[in-house]
Design a protein around this ligand. Structure first.
Ligand code: SAM
Length: 260
């Protein structure tokens, strides 16, 4: 696994380089779309042939944020994220507005499919329509709680081509992550014990992004070669170290991945 000194957007260039090497124009899925900013960027950089964008755009989908009646003191209340979502998270109108932004943005594009639903019923619809292994790239960024990320990974692996790649957002253990009750890093660790995937690259940033691909697949080699061809600095570590990763913030406020 390579711990890379770059933001997620540079990793998109690396993924694009890997697809170019493999001679494939990717079909992609994004789980968790919000206004569609990231989907737009991914489609541009990867030059996708088709994109399926899945988001519940529903206040109800965030109800699982914490399972406890009394919010533990290390988890921020949902009101702390109102600025990002553009309104109250208990008000469905906030999500209807965001959905409308995304819908209008991709309106009339035959290469973009929007599914407004929870990721699990969406999985069944995508599988019925496109079949297993139909997608080359899946960006996982919907519900960030442990059970939900694990469930998304276990279902959506079936839609990924043998030489496909998945990317997880907010895959870290950090103060900021704890405040948001993130379970992404723990879920991907569990997933890789159940499925034959390996971590390929982790950004050395807070709210890290992680690339995973099937062990021994051509994609692993293509991503390694694409990274080698860039000027991105990285440190290569044993994949088993992923579980120990945490973010250390320097007194100057710089966030870096540490395994110590
Ligand atoms: C962090 S935002 C996605 C941001 C986007 N990927 C980006 O990088 O700009 C997470 C999104 O996941 C959606 N979401 C949360 N839980 C979900 C679920 N169970 N099914 C579908 N969407 C969900 C939320 O509505 C929200 O828009």
């Amino acid at each position: 696994m390579k711990v890379v000194d770059c933001p997620r957007a540079r990793l998109y260039d690396v993924v694009a380089g890997a697809f170019a090497t493999l001679g494939r124009q990717p079909a992609m899925i994004e789980l968790g779309v919000h206004k569609g900013d990231n989907a737009t960027r991914l489609m541009e950089v990867l030059g996708t042939r088709h994109a399926v964008l899945v988001d519940a755009w529903s206040a109800e989908a965030l109800a699982t944020y914490s399972h406890f009646d009394k919010l533990p003191p290390w988890i921020l209340p949902l009101t702390a994220f109102e600025r990002y979502f553009g309104g109250s998270l208990s008000d469905q109108a906030t999500f209807d507005r965001t959905y409308e932004v995304a819908r209008q943005r991709f309106e009339g594009r035959g290469d973009v499919e929007i599914i407004r639903d929870d990721t699990v019923p969406a999985f069944a619809r995508i599988r019925d329509r496109h079949g297993d292994g139909a997608f080359d790239f899946i960006y996982v960024d919907a519900n960030h709680q442990y059970e939900y990320v694990l469930r998304d990974l276990l279902y959506y692996q079936h839609l990924l081509a043998a030489d496909g790649v998945m990317m997880l957002n907010d895959c870290c253990h950090s103060q900021k992550g704890m405040n948001q009750n993130l379970g992404v890093l723990e879920a991907v660790g569990n997933f890789m014990k159940r499925a034959d995937f390996v971590p390929v690259a982790l950004t050395s940033t807070d709210m890290s992004d992680l690339l995973i691909a099937r062990r021994g697949s051509a994609m692993v080699g293509a991503l390694d070669a694409a990274l080698d061809a860039t000027d991105i600095s990285f440190v290569e570590v044993m994949p088993q170290m992923l579980a120990a990763a945490h973010i250390r913030v320097s007194p100057q406020g710089r966030a870096r991945v540490s395994f110590a």
